[in-house]
Design a protein around this ligand. Structure first.
Ligand code: PLZ
Length: 477
């Protein structure tokens, strides 16, 4: 089977877009190309080897084994090329193998690879902390600690808040996702698959109602009052160390909170001495057309968690925030062997430089315009698209059962699985999400061109049109 595809032009209703500041040069042609069945024979072979030695607990959304990636394209071992709409779940935000990141990391590897900052420090760690202090929301003095992963950032954020406040309880919102460690498993909304069978989980974690405008219809103020009322009753502010919130919920389904929700919660936290922490692990680092998604909502959190996109694909994460909170920890209280690894730090410095030099915040806005225009056209055509939401290169559609979009908005998870499977077969890697599994998310790198967006959306259009009966009835008549 050979399917070589030329990108189609952008839909006519797509707003004119900003071209990248300097035309990037790609080492892999930015086009999808399917030359075998998916997965192909070499991927199948690797998969058999993997089944013998990799834990069954580690799954893969699309078991095509990747050998190369550049820009917004993944190439598998059978030479199939995929448009990557997932960026490794929001990690390669500035594009796969971006040349500035590759050069910075390679250069650092030759100098030194590890010393451990808590034994003998180095400049790269300090520079990343300076850049985080500059680019995270809030104009007060800020400090950081660097660690390795998102979950570790959440763990450290909670530790730091507990130390500063001397309080025990942790609050999160419904539909949240914060990680896979013992504490963060308890902070997730969904038990399956993350926590099932892995208990006992950490205690003193409280799940408060969130703002989910498509379903609750509440204003930001009303939603915040509901959240606060829960926290006051279930915990009591005097025992609450922190409230951890994703400004746009990631795994939960890209819920954008109603206006005013986040600032109202911050105000309540400030008045009550609760540390409010923005989990910007998925939404941060220029993904949404701002450095941090909190900025879209006028929210200035006390602490900000960064991970995923910060180092172009190398493992690095950070807790950044008000100096007095960050300094409440005793020397030696924070750290870890690999935290702030120099190669990852060099890559992160290159990511920050690339965001500035290539005006990547504008690329986030461009991708939002192109995706929302294209998806709105599909929503006109298919009533199973209930909601389109998100910001920048973090856009999702929520699929509902035919005919329920104006009433009960019944989740339509089966359609999400079919569309993602169809897209994969045709060279588009599309991630799913949502508490009820009924969300398709677009979490591409900022290198994704308008032509690739139009091409990917044409595949999704075909995927919906191809839904087998009775799903086919979803098409508007
Ligand atoms: N907080 C908001 O999105 C990671 C999970 C992938 P780690 N999300 C992707 C998977 O299935 O494990 C995430 C997130 C938010 C925290 C995390 C955790 O980040 O780097 O995966 O630990």
């Amino acid at each position: 089977m050979t399917e070589t595809l030329t990108p189609t032009s952008a839909p006519s209703d797509t707003a004119p877009s900003t071209a990248p500041a300097a035309e990037p040069v790609y080492t892999i042609p930015q086009e999808r190309r399917i030359v075998t069945a998916i997965p192909g024979p070499r991927s199948e072979e690797l998969h058999q080897r993997r089944l013998a030695v990799v834990s069954a607990g580690v799954s893969s959304t699309l078991p095509v084994y990747i050998k190369k990636a550049n820009g917004a394209i993944l190439v598998d071992v059978d030479d199939n090329q995929f448009i990557d709409l997932g960026a490794g779940i929001g990690v390669t935000t500035i594009g796969h193998t971006d040349s500035t990141v590759v050069e910075a990391a390679a250069g650092q590897v030759k100098e030194f690879i590890h010393t451990l900052f808590t034994i003998t420090p180095y400049e790269e760690y300090v520079r990343v902390a300076e850049l985080l202090a500059t680019h995270t929301p809030g104009s007060w003095p800020k400090k950081s600690v660097l660690i390795n992963s998102g979950a570790e950032a959440v763990e450290n954020g909670v530790k730091i808040a507990r130390k500063f406040t001397g309080r025990r309880a942790v609050a999160v919102l419904d539909h949240a996702y914060h990680g896979r460690t013992n504490l963060t498993m308890a902070m997730n909304y969904k038990a399956a698959p993350y926590a099932t069978g892995y208990g006992p989980l950490a205690g003193d974690v409280y799940h408060a109602p969130s703002s989910y405008p498509y379903h609750d219809g509440l204003s930001g103020g009303d939603a915040a009052r509901r959240t606060i009322s829960y926290l006051e009753k279930a915990v009591g502010a005097s025992d609450l160390a922190c409230l951890v919130v994703e400004p746009i919920q990631g795994e939960g389904g890209f819920m954008v909170p109603a206006d005013g929700f986040l600032p109202a919660l911050q105000e309540w936290c400030t008045v009550n001495g609760v540390v409010m922490i923005a989990d910007e692990i998925q939404s941060g680092m220029a993904r949404t057309g701002a450095y941090y998604a909190s900025e879209h909502f006028g929210w200035t959190p006390d602490l900000v968690l960064t991970a995923k996109g910060i180092a172009g694909g190398l493992p690095l994460a950070a807790v950044t925030g008000r100096a007095e909170i960050m300094d409440a920890s005793q020397p030696g209280g924070l750290g870890g062997t690999f935290g702030g690894n120099p190669v990852a730090c060099a890559a992160a410095i290159a990511v920050f430089e690339s965001i500035e030099q290539n005006d990547l915040l504008a690329q986030g806005a461009r991708i939002e315009r192109a995706l929302v225009a294209g998806l709105s056209a599909l929503k006109q055509k298919y009533d199973i698209i209930g909601d389109i939401r998100g910001r920048g290169a973090m856009i999702a559609i929520e699929l509902v059962q035919p005919g329920t979009g104006d009433t009960t908005k019944e989740p339509y998870a089966a359609a999400v699985s079919s569309i993602a499977a169809y897209a994969a077969q045709h060279g588009v890697l599309l991630l799913t999400a949502g508490t009820y599994g009924n969300v398709l998310r677009f979490l591409p790198s900022l290198a994704l061109s308008d032509a690739l967006i139009a091409d990917a959306l044409s595949v999704i259009d075909d995927a919906i049109a191809e839904l087998p009966a009775p799903e086919r009835n979803a098409e508007k008549r």
